[in-house]
Design a protein around this ligand. Structure first.
Ligand code: PMP
Length: 329
């Protein structure tokens, strides 16, 4: 019989899929589809590694509570791991996170505290401050702190990087990913640079307005990526290039992925693919561009995939339809 003992044993080893319709040049553009993780996103990888490391170090004790500011995906990963290991979870997230995503966390049995998005991180109501306060108030609480936990990038150094090298037979030449905590790009990037002797180019995709691409924290709508501060999990030396992508480009590309590649993925995936397509415009047939797609699209049906929502921000253009209720195609 071939079965896993628990869903957390199924984290990682996600497939690579070639983008055929949205990418038409000579360079293969391969998508690492992270929604195949059991919790539905790339964050399962860091959740598992951070919890196991905290158990090893004694920071997380049996019966303890995990408290974390998260935009949803890290929460799902943590909730999944916590359920297996018997911990309580309290998650703190900004109000721009869709209600669907918050309900998923609750469905896994976690508690969710919602905070305003439009306040600076140092404000007492920010989701960073509130989670800090809860850690001191709750007994035996442990905060993974994905923005400062070295096991976040390490999980990608140990899993995502080696997987990509093996899946491409060492032929990967460009790795493109969005930057939130920076864990994905820093850990995967470090592995790929080391194993290739510095040959693989690491390219960040970043929402216009975020600090990584020179912004000052101007608000944007794409979720899970970009920051208004510099987390220590991001290695500022890792990227050879960072490409700023507008919300409009991120969301129209996200819809294209569903409509033309049958990949129903989240808005940060469209952002990363928009950057990867720009990279592929200047590469040749011997190059291999890999772009990481962090999560699936079901958490965004009332936003990116909703025509009225898109139109209310002026994001719907005749060239970038993507299918959605009401379209005549
Ligand atoms: N996309 C989504 C939807 C995410 O939740 C995250 C994590 N915040 C990212 C991209 C960015 O990944 P990382 O934190 O590893 O930079």
């Amino acid at each position: 019989m071939d079965y896993a003992e628990h869903v957390i044993d199924l984290v990682g080893n996600t497939p690579l899929v070639r983008l055929n319709a949205v990418a038409s040049g000579p360079t293969p553009v391969l998508a690492k589809v992270e929604y195949f993780n059991p919790g539905g996103s790339v964050k399962d990888r860091i959740a598992l590694r951070m919890v196991e490391a905290a158990e090893e170090s004694g920071e997380l004790r049996p019966g303890g509570t995990i408290v974390e500011p998260t935009s949803g995906n890290t929460g799902v990963g943590l909730a999944m791991v916590a359920q297996r290991k018997g911990y309580r979870c309290v998650f703190v997230c900004p109000d721009k996170v869709s209600e669907d995503k918050r309900n998923v966390l609750k469905a896994y049995g976690a508690e969710v505290v919602v905070c305003p998005t439009a306040v600076p991180p140092e404000h007492s109501d920010s989701y960073y401050s509130v989670s800090d306060r809860l850690v001191t108030e709750i007994e035996d609480a442990w905060k993974p702190n994905q923005y400062a936990n070295e096991h976040n990038p390490e999980s990608h150094y140990l899993s995502t990087g080696p997987e990509l090298w093996e899946q491409t037979g060492g032929r990967i030449t460009h790795f493109v990913a969005g930057i939130g905590t920076g864990g994905t790009i820093s850990g995967t990037g470090r592995y790929l640079k080391e194993v290739s002797g510095g040959k693989v180019r690491i390219i960040g995709a970043d929402p216009v307005g975020s600090v990584y691409s020179g912004g000052h924290g101007r608000p944007y709508l794409v979720e899970g990526v970009g920051e208004d501060f510099w987390p220590t999990t991001y290695d500022r030396e890792i990227c050879d290039e960072i490409i700023p992508i507008s919300d409009a480009d991120s969301f129209t590309t996200t819809r294209d992925l569903a409509h033309r590649e049958a990949l129903l993925v989240g808005g940060s995936c469209g952002m990363a693919v928009a950057a990867a397509l720009r990279v592929a415009e200047r590469t040749g047939p011997d190059d291999v561009v890999v772009v990481l797609l962090p999560d699936g699209g079901r958490g965004y049906l009332t936003k990116v995939f909703n025509d009225s929502w898109m139109a209310s921000y002026g994001f719907l253009s005749p060239d970038h339809g993507g299918g959605s209720v009401g379209d005549v195609l």
